[in-house]
Design a protein around this ligand. Sequence first.
Ligand code: AMP
Length: 115
Amino acid sequence: MTIFEKIIAGEIPSDIVHQDEHCLAFRDVNPQAPTHILIIPKKLIPRIGEAQPSDQNLLGHLLLTAAKIARDLGIDDTDQEGFRLIINHGKNGGESVPHLHIHLLAGRPLTWPPG
Ligand code: AMP
């Protein structure tokens, strides 16, 4: 069981910002920006490369939920604020938890290309 499954099960605490039937969003314990939220499906998909065509609606829901959270936090203003969504896959991608998650980063200018 991954640490994210334990968070979904309520076995370890997390700072939840959104929850619905299909996904959970909570603040990253080691934030890389003033706002750093993880959006995860309740269904276990280890990483994006293992998602199936049948996950299409769920994947769309995760992205729309990330955008809604940004709207709710008031960071979606394209001129004044803005945010970045990131999915890490595998070793070179920087993946450390094998449960699909979208990082939502905001609150400071983010450099490009990423490190
Ligand atoms: P990744 O490296 O893309 O797999 O991202 C995993 C993220 O999970 C990292 O940014 C960690 O800081 C974060 N993380 C690990 N454990 C926890 C936890 N218990 N609560 C919140 N975030 C966590």
